[in-house]
Ligand binder design. Structure first.
Ligand code: ATP
Length: 228
């Protein structure tokens, strides 16, 4: 059974249809990339998974539970951890307070998150709003992990970060994968995703137009679906 399985997903903003039948699956322990150019439906798909918008058609299953149309807090509690675009942490809590406030029982503990991101351990008593952009992103990943999600969703987690910081985030994703964490990554940087992702799903105009191993995304397909 897939950890996450989406079939025939259709979502609307008012009368305007954004998703026209998205198919997506994440197996246990996989890193899956959700890709596509701007405006193709990645964020809408994530919002639908999280219960932030109610799909008009299709199904979203988390393990053996159908979560389509469920309230966001219930879906979160069933095991979805989000690292949102723009890394939202509590600015007036310290690094450690941010982490502890998110904690739910499971394999991810403060010690393990500090081990994954030594920088967070060094900065543990600093207020989150004094961290650099990259450190805040690490904190956002750490917070999501502290909820011990079955599925961690990273929405454009490396966007706007300096290249060396991006490398830190990708290194962390590789380590998470090695530790068996299932991850859905939304990103546009194919070169960085390719070596990490087990599978890619590509959206175009609200539809899944490709799914397969990253190596199957030929230059021609990349050009067609991901080129600028
Ligand atoms: P990006 O990479 O720019 O975030 P995306 O792939 O995440 O793009 P979505 O944000 O999911 O794409 O947008 C899918 C479609 O839904 C687009 O046509 C977009 O214009 C439309 N859309 C997104 N948000 C809204 C909204 N709040 N109201 C109306 N239409 C919206």
């Amino acid at each position: 059974m897939s950890l996450l399985e989406i079939g025939g997903l259709e979502s609307f903003y008012g009368a305007s249809q954004a998703l026209f039948g998205v198919e997506l699956a994440v197996e246990q322990g996989e890193v899956v990339a959700l890709m596509g150019r701007n405006g193709m439906g990645k964020t809408t798909t994530i919002r639908s998974i999280l219960g932030l918008m109610r799909p008009r058609a299709g199904t979203i299953r988390l393990g053996d539970r159908e979560v389509t149309g469920m309230q966001p807090h219930r879906i979160a509690r069933l095991g979805i951890g989000l690292v949102p675009e723009g890394r939202r942490c509590f600015p007036n809590l310290t690094v450690q307070e941010n982490l502890v406030a998110a904690a739910r029982p499971g394999v991810w503990t403060l010690a393990r998150v500090n081990d994954l991101f030594p920088r967070l351990a060094e900065r543990r008593d600093q207020y989150a709003n004094t961290l650099s952009g990259g450190e805040q992103q690490m904190l956002a990943v750490g917070r999501a992990l502290m909820t011990n999600p079955k599925l961690l969703i990273l929405d454009e987690a490396t966007e706007g970060l300096a290249p060396v910081i991006r490398q830190d985030i990708w290194a962390a994703i590789r380590r998470l994968k090695a530790e068996g964490q299932s991850i859905l990554v939304v990103d546009k940087t194919l070169a960085e995703l390719m070596p990490v992702a087990d599978r890619c799903f590509v959206l175009e105009k609200g539809r899944t137009v490709f799914s397969g191993a990253p190596a199957m995304l030929t230059a021609e397909l990349q050009d067609r679906y991901l080129g600028v």
